[in-house]
Ligand binder design. Structure first.
Ligand code: ZN
Length: 408
C-alpha cells in the first residue's frame, strides 16, 4: 500500500537561513492575504471566486511592478500559499454543505487573514528537494542542517517540504510517498479501549495509559505569564519577551499531549488485529463548561485522528461503538446492568455474579464485547466469560483485517 506521510523535524538554521525563512514565511502570508482580499472583491462583483491559477497569473503580472521584493524568495512560496487559500475555501464550502444537511455542528470557518502578530507561520516548497542523513537541501535556502539525524528516509520519494516556526524554533516537514509494508498478521488479539479524563485510556487487557493533563499542570505558570503580559505596555520589548515565554509554554503543553496520544495509538494499532473504541461526542462535551478544559486537555479528537490513519497503515480493524451503548453500567462478565450507578464509583461491583473490577477496565471489556458482537466475530454468549482474553483465532483475524481495509 502506498501512503503519503510527513516527517517533521527541527532545523538547525544559521543567521542567513533564518532571515531567508522569515522572508519566505512573510511572502507566503502576504500572498495568502492578498489572494483572500482579491477573492472577496471578485465574489462581491461577479458572484464568482477566482481559482488559484487565476490568482497566480494575476500575481505574476503584479510581481514585476508592485512586488519586486518577491523575487528574493522561491516562486513556490506564493504558489503554494494560493493553493492553501483554495483549500481553505473548499473546506469552508464543504462545511456549509454539511451544515445544510444538519451534519455539522461546529463553526464554518471562513478563511481568515493571517496575522504576523499571531504567528510567523509557514511556507511550502516543491521541486528539487534532497534529503541527507544530517541535512535537507531546499530550493533557495540551500543545504540546511537538521537537529535530529537519520530521521527522514533518504531514498523516499519527496513530494514537498513545509517549513514552519513554533515559539522561536523552526521545523521542516518533508512529505513523502512511500510503500507502507503491511506487517504480517501476527497480531491476533482484539482490544477494547475506554477513553477517559482521569486515566487517558483503560484497555480490556488491563493495561492503562495515564493522562498527563499537561494544561492543568501548566495552568499556574500560564496564568502568571498572562498577568505579566497584561501588565506590560503594548508594543514594548518586555511584553514581547513575555509573549515568547508564553508561546513556549503553550508549545510544551501541546507537545506533551501529542506525545501521549502517539504512545497510546501506536500501542493499540501495532499490537492488535482489532481495536474497539467508543464514539465520543467531543464537540458536545466541550460545550459543558465543567468538562471542557479536561476534555480538550485529553486530546480525544487527536487520538481518534491518529487511530484512523495508524489502523489503516497496519491493517487493523477499527470498530467504533455507538456512543449510547451503556459500557460503564454493564457487567462485563455476565451482562447485568447497574441502573443506579454513580459516576464517582471507581469500582464496578456486580450484584448478579459478584465480580469486582475497575470501572474503566470493565467498560473497556464491554466495548470489546460490543465490537465483537456487531462485527459478528463472536457470538454474545461466547464473548462473555472470555472477557479478559478476547482472542480472535488466526484465520478470523485475517478476515477481519480485510474487512477493515475496505472500510477505511
Ligand atoms: Zn456480573
Amino acid at each position: 500500500m502506498r501512503v503519503v506521510r510527513g516527517y517533521k523535524t527541527e532545523l538547525d538554521l544559521n543567521d542567513e537561513q533564518r532571515t531567508a525563512c522569515l522572508k519566505h514565511a512573510g511572502v507566503s502570508r502576504f500572498v495568502y492575504n492578498w489572494g483572500l482580499a482579491r477573492s472577496k472583491v471578485a465574489y462581491r462583483n461577479t458572484g464568482k471566486r477566482p481559482t488559484a491559477i487565476d490568482l497566480h497569473k494575476e500575481l505574476n503580472k503584479l510581481k514585476r511592478t508592485d512586488f519586486p521584493w518577491m523575487y528574493e524568495t522561491s516562486k513556490c512560496a506564493p504558489q503554494e500559499a494560493l493553493r492553501d487559500l483554495d483549500k481553505a475555501y473548499k473546506n469552508f464550502f464543504r462545511r456549509v454543505e454539511l451544515k445544510k444537511q444538519g451534519q455539522w455542528r461546529g463553526k464554518l470557518g471562513f478563511p481568515k487573514m493571517k496575522k504576523k502578530s499571531k504567528a510567523i507561520g509557514s511556507f511550502r516548497l516543491t521541486g528539487s528537494i534532497k534529503v541527507f542523513s544530517h541535512a535537507v537541501q531546499l530550493p533557495r535556502l540551500g543545504r540546511v542542517r537538521l537537529h535530529e539525524h537519520e530521521f527522514i528516509p533518504v531514498d523516499a520519494k519527496v513530494l514537498s517540504a513545509t517549513v514552519s516556526e513554533q515559539a522561536g524554533r523552526w521545523f521542516v516537514s518533508i512529505q513523502v510517498e512511500e510503500e507502507q509494508e503491511k506487517p504480517p498478521p501476527t497480531a491476533t488479539t482484539a482490544i477494547g479501549v475506554d477513553l477517559g479524563i482521569k486515566t487517558l485510556a483503560s484497555c480490556s487487557d488491563g493495561k492503562s495509559f495515564a493522562n498527563p493533563r499537561a494544561l492543568k499542570h501548566a495552568q499556574k505558570r500560564l496564568r502568571r505569564l498572562e498577568r505579566q503580559k497584561s501588565r506590560r505596555q503594548k508594543g514594548s520589548k518586555n511584553r514581547k519577551k513575555t509573549c515568547r515565554t508564553l508561546a513556549k509554554q503553550h508549545t510544551r503543553v501541546a507537545n506533551i499531549r501529542r506525545d501521549a496520544a502517539h504512545k497510546l495509538t501506536s500501542y493499540l494499532s501495532k499490537n492488535h488485529a482489532l481495536v474497539a473504541i467508543e464514539d465520543l461526542h467531543v464537540t458536545g462535551m466541550l460545550k459543558n463548561h465543567k468538562l471542557a478544559q479536561a476534555v480538550s486537555d485529553s486530546n480525544f479528537g487527536e487520538i481518534r485522528r491518529q487511530l484512523d490513519y495508524k489502523t489503516s497503515w497496519y491493517g487493523v480493524h477499527l470498530v467504533v461503538i455507538d456512543r449510547f451503548y451503556p459500557s460503564s453500567k454493564t457487567c462485563s462478565a455476565c451482562g447485568w446492568i447497574d441502573e443506579d450507578q454513580n459516576l464517582s464509583d471507581r469500582v464496578f461491583v456486580c450484584e448478579d455474579c459478584g465480580s469486582v473490577l475497575d470501572r474503566d477496565e470493565n467498560a473497556a471489556r464491554n466495548i470489546l464485547h460490543e465490537a465483537l458482537r456487531t462485527t459478528g466475530s463472536f457470538s454474545e454468549s461466547h464473548a462473555y466469560g472470555q472477557s479478559s482474553a478476547g482472542l480472535v483465532s488466526g484465520s478470523g483475524a485475517t478476515a477481519l483485517v480485510e474487512v477493515g481495509t475496505n472500510l477505511h
